[in-house]
Design a protein around this ligand. Structure first.
Ligand SMILES: [Zn+2]
Ligand SMILES: [Zn+2]
Length: 137
């Protein structure tokens, strides 16, 4: 996605398109591997010298509040970020730490019937060993 297109998306979601927000959202779109704030900071630091880890956290907060990205908490105590906001589940491999996306279908997820509750987001987290690591054992 071109910077101008990213600026348009940010504006549509009521966000002021700062240099940091543009760079971070673009990075997440181009790297759909659920990076942490520290990884994003390290990768963007050379092109955004004025950027601090705090700025990255603030920009991620704003993007998440606007619904442009989601926070993935498949690993206890660690926040990963995802620009794919449609419903999908996450599998974290305990060996290689990769986080994989998988679709949520009526077959692998059952929505509880909560009378009077409005479900706005749904997460499904799994951990285990991925096929690559399993075949290497
Ligand atoms: Zn693995
Ligand atoms: Zn994901």
């Amino acid at each position: 996605m071109k910077d101008m297109a990213v600026v348009g998306v940010l504006r549509e979601h009521g966000l002021r398109p700062t240099q940091q927000r543009i760079a971070i959202y673009r990075y997440l779109l181009e790297h759909p591997v659920h990076p942490t704030a520290e990884v994003i900071f390290r990768e963007l630091k050379p092109t955004l010298p004025s950027c601090s880890l705090m700025t990255v956290y603030n920009a991620l907060d704003a993007l998440a509040d606007a619904g442009l990205i989601r926070v993935v908490t498949v690993e206890a105590g660690v926040q990963h970020f995802d620009a794919t906001v449609g419903d999908h589940g996450h599998f974290r491999c305990k060996t290689c730490s990769h986080i994989y996306d998988f679709p949520l279908t009526p077959e692998n997820v059952s929505v509880p019937t909560l009378s009077g509750f409005q479900i706005q987001a749904q997460d499904l987290y799994c951990t285990g060993i991925c096929p690559t690591c399993a075949s290497a054992q």
